[in-house]
Design a protein around this ligand. Sequence first.
Ligand code: PRP
Ligand code: URA
Length: 212
Amino acid sequence: MNYMENVTVMDHPLIQHKISILRDKNTGTNEFRRLVEEIAMLEGFEALSDLPLQDVEIETPIETCMTPMIAGRKLAVVPILRAGLGMVSGILALVPSAKVGHIGLYRDEVTHEPHEYYCKLPNPINERTIVVLDPMLATGGSAVDAVSMIKQHGGKNIKFMCIIAAPEGVKRLHEAHPDVQIYVGHMDRQLNEDAYICPGLGDAGDRIFGTK
Ligand code: PRP
Ligand code: URA
């Protein structure tokens, strides 16, 4: 199984430029937050390119016509708390009527395995396109668990969007959920012994919320 077969790596220069600023340890909380939102929007443009359209009747100043609009009720975005929250506004700027679910997971500092502390999803979720948001795909444990939780609630058409991924995380997510399309802003080199992505950007949650 080729673990990259369901992976779209964004090579747009705007995304790469913004990720480089994110990586800089001197980038402060305000700018970091704004960039995460902008990158999510740019990635969303690609990740949502297959969103279903429905024809609606519109009256132009000239005549009445049937014209396509996004069936917004069909989209759900699900950030993984905390850091995924930073990406939500970027996607909602594109599809304001999307529903938003939340999954709370934190990584154990020693084992690096995720622990669930919250889950609230739109109900029903089975007919929606679901975009899971988390800036960091490191070991992949959080992403795998989040997708499993969504599937347990009936979710079927699931995409995962991150800003930076380690090859280890992409492989683990693809092997656990080969049906999930993965969108990555940049593929980094590897994980270090603390399961942080190298070169990465540090702790995304702390940098978005200014907690360190
Ligand atoms: C970070 C990040 C992901 C997870 C990735 O969250 O936002 O959710 O780690 O690591 P993994 O791929 O090895 O599971 P963290 O658990 O630090 O929680 P936080 O967002 O609340 O800081
Ligand atoms: N979570 C982060 O926020 N950063 C990493 O590099 C790995 C996990």
